[in-house]
Design a protein around this ligand. Structure first.
Ligand SMILES: [Zn+2]
Length: 446
């Protein structure tokens, strides 16, 4: 079993044509499940005039209205308390509560049954196996086990595939690093921001070189970082380990992963999720590679609170190349580029925050942290970028700043007011970083 390349050799090498048949079959089933059992879903489907028996092709699937996060917020905190009308199982079958982080508004509650929870662990098993996790691995999880799903399912999947798991719960960063050293952990999971922060703490405050510890692979999630080439290079260099990306969400599940061949993108777990890409302006479904749109996703097997054509607002595009690993699932080129809400026009130019990160992490001499503040002075947009220069590059501050300004202009077509801050003065984040602030949005809503 440990020599096996794939977690599920049948599903992961199924020809695309067969995968599409499976997706259609499963979609019909989950759509009927939601229609029959949830007043919330039935109402929006009846309004659109789509019934379960109408679904015969992928064209028909496109007639099913998508669900947005704001719609879920509106029905929650009502009966059956606290989930409201989207709950498709009796309340007593719910075995765990989670919620979204609420970075874009009021948190959404997420119920799961025990069966859903096993499904979560199964989805994560695909990810971990594809990233080289095997029973001999000792996996350290530096995450504050709480109401956020984050790495909970990663934990259970690591156990499921036979690894030994060390829950690094309430320990602080220093204690976590010492535990990794003491127990010779071989793998770890975290947000790119936190994993970089751990490396900084080890180097600056403990005089430990993280690349000399025993970690040889790291699974990142929660932010785009591990799919941004310069951030991935920083992470891999700091830890002397392979770094893999994974994208998932509380309301959706663990839908994608980077494999060991690192093809410059994410595999979609096509057997368990149906990913569609919709044009942000027109809603037209994009089939061809190389055109960005927002992801509309269906979790094909999740039951308690189904995720049927959920408008995730994640901006993605299809890749045209198959992956050398032999998996037949489709690839998302360059991972999740950002959220449709965050990709904003500044001075008339489209700007994705991940493009700024790619530049900052690609300039030698700059620290990992940065902050972007977009503001409007009179009728003109202004972007302020705060960065830290590392102690060893302090005497070349001007050179570093020039390089940064040049690269930013080249890669984003915009000019920035750059502010060099003292070492370790910008905020550090434990989970997801909040580095992009658009003050224009605030003044518009006030
Ligand atoms: Zn692959």
């Amino acid at each position: 079993m440990t020599d096996q390349i794939y977690w599920n050799p049948v599903l992961e090498t199924l020809p695309q044509e067969k995968i599409r048949q499976l997706q259609l079959k499963k979609f019909k089933k989950i759509f009927k499940w939601a229609y029959d059992r949830s007043k919330f879903h039935r109402k929006i489907y009846d309004q659109a005039g789509v019934k379960p028996e109408d679904i015969r092709s992928f064209e028909d699937i496109r007639r099913v209205p998508s669900v947005e996060k704001s719609m879920m917020r509106d029905i929650q905190r009502k009966d059956p308390f606290p989930y409201g009308d989207a709950l498709c199982v009796p309340l007593e079958e719910v075995s765990v509560f989670r919620q979204t982080s609420g970075t874009t508004g009021q948190p959404v509650y997420q119920p799961d049954t025990w069966q859903d929870w096993e499904w979560w662990a199964e989805c994560w098993s695909f990810i971990l196996w594809a990233q080289g996790y095997r029973p001999k691995d000792r996996v350290f999880i530096p995450f504050g086990y709480n109401i956020f799903v984050a790495f909970w399912a990663g934990h259970y999947a690591a156990e499921k595939i036979g690894c030994e798991v060390i829950p690094g719960g309430v320990l602080d960063t220093k204690a976590r690093i010492l535990k990794i050293q003491e127990l010779q952990a071989t793998a770890m999971m975290g947000t790119p921001t936190y994993i970089l922060g751990m490396a900084e703490t080890a180097q600056m405050k403990m005089k430990i070189d993280p690349s000399e510890l025993t970690i040889d692979k790291i699974t990142c999630a929660g932010e785009c970082g591990a799919s941004i080439p310069s951030t991935k290079r920083r992470l891999e260099k700091a830890w002397g380990a392979k770094v893999y990306d994974h994208a998932g969400a509380t309301e959706i599940g663990a839908w994608s992963f980077e494999c060991q061949d690192q093809p410059g993108g994410l595999h979609v777990n096509d057997a368990m999720f149906l990913v569609e890409i919709a044009d942000v302006e027109t809603g037209e479904i994009i089939e061809e590679p190389g055109r960005r749109g927002k992801m509309i996703i269906t979790a094909l097997d999740r039951q308690a609170q189904p995720c049927v054509r959920f408008d995730s607002k994640d901006v993605i595009e299809w890749s045209s190349d198959p992956c050398s690993c032999g998996r037949t699932s489709r690839l998302i080129k360059g991972g999740v580029v950002g959220r449709a809400d965050d990709i904003t026009k500044v001075k008339g130019v489209l700007l994705a925050p991940s493009a700024i990160e790619e530049v900052v992490h690609g300039v030698d001499g700059l620290g990992d942290e940065y902050e972007v503040i977009v503001d409007r002075v009179g009728h003109t947009d202004r972007i302020k970028l705060k960065v830290e220069v590392l102690p060893e590059a302090q005497d070349q501050c001007q050179l570093v700043e020039c390089e940064l300004a040049d690269q930013l202009r080249l890669k984003t077509n915009l000019r920035y007011d750059i502010e060099i801050c003292g070492c370790e003065t910008l905020p550090r984040y434990e989970v997801k970083a909040k580095r992009f602030k658009d003050l224009r949005k605030k003044s518009e809503t006030e």
